[in-house]
Design a protein around this ligand. Structure first.
Ligand SMILES: *Cc1c(COP(=O)(O)O)cnc(C)c1O
Length: 362
């Protein structure tokens, strides 16, 4: 492959001296668990997002799990969410014994369709869990209005949307609590697993701080049964450095997407929308096309990577009892037609052109 989906090496090379010296410094300090860099990162991330509390943890999956627990979600509660997402969104709901209620998406945004969310609300519904898919914010005002009307919580899955804005506000600052992932390929990625919860709610924040550290705020005193889900100090070192560049990285991703949209407008494939009331951070750039698998072959033959996110929606996964799956026609149609192209901040003009040429071969 000449052009990968992401180029983690290129980004590391550009930050190498800064990262290497900060890592060596942290190694020499040997404060590896909940050390000074984790504390500093939590504060810097909260400031960046404009929220009162950011609490880092071990992964995005854990962030969702802890967010749901701290928000008081209980076994049997129904959580309305999308099936067109990574498995972790649904897994976290199931960890608690809550019930994911999968609702169809909007065909253009690929995010939860608020009208269908309304139709799915029952007296067991406790929360709406939108995913800001591929870096584009979901319809948060419409979802929050529904939540207000039916006394529900909005819990955001921001794993793909660090630095994305919705009507001027950061994703992750909109719902009652939100979950982020720092998996290496995410827009803000560390060099291993990492995640974070953001909230303005003091009680939820206090609960999450307990939960991530064995239910303990004072050593060997345990108030609740918690977990071992702390962000690693070395990952915090890397994230603190990368956080300084996230706006620049996201702007570069958007610029790549804009060139793709222009060049591929004539391709006959459906290119992603770039709405003007939200800053799309293009975690993925995803085309929709009828003969997806044929296009994929052509692109790969040209030495360009591409990927299908996601081939099997959650409601069709065996883990979610696919025998009783609801009909989600837009989700299924999208899963059959989606193809994501390489996108990362370090892409050169030549690489962008090569990708476009490969797509236009079809
Ligand atoms: C990556 C991702 C997660 C899980 O994050 P991990 O850090 O890999 O546990 C959850 N939800 C979505 C939408 C994701 O893309």
């Amino acid at each position: 492959m000449n052009i990968p989906m992401v180029d983690l090496k290129g980004q590391y090379e550009s930050l190498k001296s800064e990262i290497d010296s900060a890592l060596l410094q942290a190694l020499s300090e040997t404060r590896f668990i909940l050390g000074p860099n984790v504390q500093a990162f939590d504060q810097e991330a909260a400031d960046y997002l404009g929220v009162k509390h950011a609490i880092s943890c071990a992964s995005g999956t854990d962030a969702l799990h802890l967010a749901l627990l701290a928000a008081g979600i209980k076994a049997g509660d129904e959580i309305i969410t999308t099936a067109f997402t990574f498995i972790a969104t649904g897994e976290a709901i199931r960890y608690i014994g809550a019930v994911p209620v999968f609702v169809d998406i909007d065909a253009r945004s690929l995010n939860l369709d608020p009208a269908l969310v309304r139709a799915a609300i029952t007296d067991k519904t406790r929360a709406i869990l939108p995913v800001h898919l591929f870096g584009q914010a979901a319809d948060m005002d419409e979802l929050q209005d529904l939540a207000d009307e039916f006394d529900l919580l909005v819990i955001e899955d921001c794993a793909q949307s660090f630095g994305s804005r919705y009507r001027g506000k950061m994703t992750g600052s909109l719902g009652c609590v939100s979950a982020f992932s720092f998996f290496p390929s995410k827009n803000l990625g560390c060099y291993g697993d990492g995640g974070m919860i953001a909230t303005d709610d003091d009680e939820i924040a206090a609960q999450i701080k307990l939960l991530r550290n064995h239910g303990s705020s004072q050593q060997y005193h345990h108030d609740v049964i918690g977990y071992n889900s702390r962000l690693d100090e070395l990952q915090a070192v890397i994230l603190r450095i990368k956080l300084k560049y996230i706006d620049e990285y996201n702007a570069k991703r958007l610029a790549v997407a804009q060139v793709y949209n222009e060049r591929l407008a004539q391709s006959g494939f459906e290119t992603p929308q770039i709405p003007d009331d939200r800053d799309h951070s293009f975690h993925q750039y995803t085309l929709l096309c009828d003969e997806r698998d044929a296009l994929r072959e052509v692109i790969i033959a040209e030495g360009v990577s591409c990927a299908v996110y996601y081939p099997i929606p959650l409601h069709r996964q065996r883990a979610f009892d696919d025998s009783d799956a609801p009909e989600l026609p837009v989700t299924e149609n999208t899963a059959a037609r989606c193809l994501s192209l390489p996108i990362y901040p370090e892409m050169t003009e030549h690489q962008i052109e090569t990708v476009c040429d490969a797509v236009l071969k079809r």
